[in-house]
Design a protein around this ligand. Structure first.
Ligand code: LLP
Length: 424
């Protein structure tokens, strides 16, 4: 279901010419497909339907209010990791009673905000956090619903910077301590142990880590129930991989196959926190070629988008397909291969760092000053990780729906870059 496709030699998003969007809104430009966002959400919902999950779209993947509103209308709930994300979800008009709140360092103010918002669960990551939540709930004369975030010590084989469920990562509590912490909750009427939470890493390209995690999770829930807790929720976090290259990621149904039977057998409620698998392939980054140059035996294609826009290649050596909007050579199946009619190039940005790349050593057709380039699979962890480094204003965002489109974030101005700075 790819909503970004070449027709008659140029790139479209749904029924809209990308070149028209770039002409109207300028570059760097983020373009999202509504059909793709909804399609991925429905694929996950349908795959897991037998477990009737609460799907909590992970706001950190793409937090644009229009996208949150779209997810809300589609029936998604939300996973948040900060007061700011909770604020966004409220701004988007969501019912916060199904929100999951994760994060290793929630402040008292954030805990209070969560309790005021009647969220579904706090994913609690340490004993100290349990104490803090109990204290704030006590002040507010409330009972806080908590899910212990467990570190199941499962290697999900993701990038070292995005692996979260292995011993030694900062996330969650060692699974062996779960019983002891559960006893503490049982003795405290300001807390109620409604479930457990695990998030193994991101992006995960095999189903096995989930199969192992759900098995461990069910065992822990059973122990909690035996100890007298009314514990029903298993929140398996997010992490489902997507196709950045070709077809490297299992479909949602394959993940569901290893998760749903175990959940049903244990008579548990399932929560999921997918982010990337909903929005990753629903967005692209369009940039314009400023210059090309050959130095040191390499061809550099310099874009007006940079690591401050899309940090993933610089930060994780992440692979994003990249191809011109109006290419002289048809887009290949395999973007890693040697492509005839092309030559290897580094696609870079103008930021003053050698790590500022969008794609390294990629076979690309001849490119000229002014040509538009598309970086694919940029819908997740693109804008949310963008910055103003080098005092570069953030780009505009557009949401396409069939033959229509709508600006969903204006391009930042120079004035906005300095508006919070105080000097006399
Ligand atoms: N739930 C929790 C508790 C998480 O920490 C995350 C992601 C998710 C859900 C959503 O994971 P997803 O379904 O999107 O894979 N910046 C990195 C990814 C960091 C993921 C952080 N946590 C990247 O660009 O690859």
């Amino acid at each position: 279901m790819d909503q970004f496709a070449y027709r008659k030699g140029e790139l479209y998003c749904e029924d809209v010419r990308i070149a028209d969007l770039a002409a109207e809104f300028g570059t760097p430009l983020w373009v999202y497909s509504r059909a793709s966002l909804l399609g991925s959400f429905h694929e996950i919902r349908n795959a897991f339907a037998a477990a009737e999950p609460v799907i909590c779209y992970s706001v950190k993947a793409n937090s644009n209010l229009s996208i949150l509103r779209l997810m809300n209308e589609a029936g998604s709930s939300f996973d948040v990791v900060s007061g700011g994300e909770l604020f966004r979800v409220k701004q988007a008009g969501a019912d916060t009673s199904r929100v999951a709140f994760a994060g290793v360092g929630k402040t008292d103010d954030e805990i209070r905000f969560g309790l005021e918002s009647n969220i579904l669960m706090f994913n609690v990551e340490s004993e100290a956090e349990l104490d803090a939540i109990a204290a704030v709930a006590g002040e507010m004369q409330r009972t806080a619903p908590v899910a212990l975030r467990l570190n199941p010590n499962i290697d999900a084989k993701t990038h070292v910077k995005t692996t979260t469920g292995k011993k030694g990562n900062k996330f969650g509590m060692d699974i062996e301590r779960a019983g002891q912490l559960a006893d503490k909750v049982l003795a405290d009427d300001r807390l109620s142990l409604i479930g457990i939470h695990m998030h193994l890493g991101s992006p995960i390209l095999t189903t096995d880590p989930y199969a192992r995690a759900v098995k461990k999770g069910v065992e822990v829930v059973q122990k909690f129930r035996d100890a007298g807790h009314d514990t029903n929720w298993i929140n398996l976090g997010g992490g489902f991989g997507i196709n950045y290259k070709q077809n490297e990621a299992p479909p949602a149904a394959a993940f569901a196959e290893v998760i749903v039977p175990a959940i049903r057998e244990a008579n548990c409620r399932l929560a999921l926190e997918p982010g990337r698998s909903i929005c990753g392939n629903a967005g692209v980054l369009i940039s314009r070629t400023i210059f090309t140059k050959r130095e040191g035996g390499r061809l550099f294609i310099i874009q007006d988008a940079a690591m401050n826009d899309l940090a993933r290649p610089a930060m994780y050596d992440a692979f994003h397909r990249i191809w011109p909007v109006k290419p002289a050579v048809a887009a290949p199946e395999d973007f890693e291969a040697e492509i005839s009619g092309c030559e290897p190039a580094d696609v870079v940005g103008p930021v003053c760092e050698s790590g500022d790349v969008l794609a390294k050593d990629r076979w690309l057709p001849e490119t000229h000053r002014g040509d538009l380039i598309c970086t694919f699979s940029a819908g997740a962890y693109g804008t949310t990780m963008s910055s103003n480094y080098n005092s570069r204003p953030r780009g505009a965002e557009v949401l396409v729906d069939g033959g229509e489109f709508r600006l969903i974030r204006r391009r930042e101005t120079y004035e906005e870059l300095v508006k919070n700075e105080v000097f006399d």
